[in-house]
Design a binder for this molecule. Structure first.
Ligand code: CMC
Length: 380
């Protein structure tokens, strides 16, 4: 009768307004503060897009230089973060390493403040976020090197965000084509309205908690294979399939056992993800650079076969997984790369939530037992 309607998964629920990005599945477009994401990816350094998300407009030359100075200042792995990572087994998942590192950085950032003071205002949140944005690549890079038994590589001030990220991870000067593909991936991953991890960050913020707490929680949400974890799952799928000619048989079995094919499908886009063409073009340049036509063949075969059979299209994780693989990132490091990018969007949302906050606290419809008596000792 008069039971409230439940919207499972909050599907179709409009939870708040936002001025940060516009996802339009009808026109298959994604705008960051009004700019088409593919145009930003083709022309901007990631640092400029971070500024755009936080401040609403692209930076002037001075503003960009200012952000870059902050980012460079926080590039080196600090002793406390290094010590915390080193406490973890090398078999720890890199997302758990990163979540731990952000927690350490956050504790240091607000040391001495009460919880209410730590919440801060949107301007202070953006300032903290720029420092965190600068600090994350070292954590990701050190994690991969540690697992490979390699020494830490110190940052290089003469390189921009993306080139330095690759430098700290691999210890070699990256080719321009690789820097460009990486920079594009960062921009494409930076922001996507009320996805699960961003919404998580907003829920945490709505209680007047601080930005690092929100980011720690968002990392937890992003780790799941239905969200950010899909990019690493794509590579696991490719490894399992082996080669293009094995695709039809593999897909027969996968669909028969009702498996979800990672890197396909999207809650919002039903006719294709607006970010895919740009990332696929970047992947093509990497395939050429590394001479890996075999990987491209497997990619194309799985896409063609799955789209034909199910009419479900690839999402951003489908081209980005193989792109990161070609760059020589370990598969479990893919989702931390997503974090290094999405931290900009998350924190822009944290500041936006702070600026017009309302506690996020939905209702539930109770379906458990009706009221009953606790049994007495004699009865139980
Ligand atoms: N493989 C097989 N079947 C699928 C897939 C898939 N990847 N995606 C959707 N379907 C089917 C699903 O089984 C269901 O079929 P039926 O109606 O017969 O039960 C139908 O399509 C609708 O799917 P849904 O799961 O109810 O839709 P949703 O909006 O809840 O799911 C999704 C969206 C992303 C969770 C889902 O497509 C999925 O699990 N994809 C694989 C994981 C993935 O690639 N995630 C990355 C998402 S985008 C980037 C990011 O956020 O990180």
């Amino acid at each position: 009768g008069d039971q409230p309607e439940v919207r499972k998964g909050l599907a179709g629920v409009v939870a708040d307004v936002t001025a940060i990005s516009k996802v339009d599945p009808e026109t298959n477009s994604l705008l960051y503060r009004g700019y088409p994401v593919q145009d930003l990816a083709a022309t901007q350094p990631f640092e400029a897009v971070a500024w755009l998300l936080w401040h609403g407009d692209l930076p002037t030359a001075d503003e960009l230089a200012g952000l870059r100075a902050v980012e460079r200042e926080h590039r080196a792995l600090t002793d406390d973060v290094r010590a915390a990572i080193d406490l973890l087994p090398t078999s720890a998942h890199p997302m758990d390493e990163l979540r731990t590192a952000v927690s350490v950085i956050g504790a240091r950032e607000v040391a001495g403040l009460s919880a209410l003071e730590a919440a801060a205002d949107p301007d202070e949140t953006v300032a903290r976020s720029a420092r965190l944005f600068g600090a994350l690549p070292a954590v990701v890079a050190y994690g991969q090197r540690r697992r490979r038994g390699l020494e830490l590589v110190e940052p290089r001030d003469d390189l921009d965000f993306s080139a330095n990220f690759l430098w700290m991870t691999f210890g070699t000067e990256p080719a321009p084509v690789v820097v460009d593909a990486f920079n594009r991936s960062m921009i494409l991953y930076a922001e996507h309205s009320f996805n699960a991890s961003t919404f998580t960050a907003r829920v945490v913020t709505s209680t007047l908690s601080d930005v690092h707490s929100a980011v720690v929680a968002a990392i937890g949400a992003l780790k799941g294979p239905l969200h950010g974890g899909a990019n690493e799952a794509v590579m696991d799928t490719f490894a399992e399939i082996g080669s293009a000619d094995a695709v039809p048989g593999w897909l027969d079995d996968a669909l028969a056992s009702k498996r979800k094919i990672m890197g396909f499908g999207h809650r919002v886009y039903k006719r294709g993800d607006s970010r895919v063409p740009t990332m696929k073009a970047a992947l093509d340049t990497l395939v050429e650079h590394y001479g890996r036509a075999d990987l491209a063949a497997l990619y194309d075969a799985l896409e063609a076969e799955f789209v034909e059979r199910k009419g479900i299209y690839p999402n951003l994780d489908y081209p980005s997984g193989p792109a990161y693989h070609l760059m020589d990132f370990d598969t479990p490091t893919f989702t931390p790369l997503f974090v290094a990018a999405r931290v900009t969007g998350w924190t822009a949302h944290v500041a936006e939530q702070q600026a017009a906050n309302a506690l996020i606290r939905p209702l539930s419809r109770y379906v458990g037992p009706e009221r009953r008596e606790v049994p007495t000792a004699a009865e139980s």
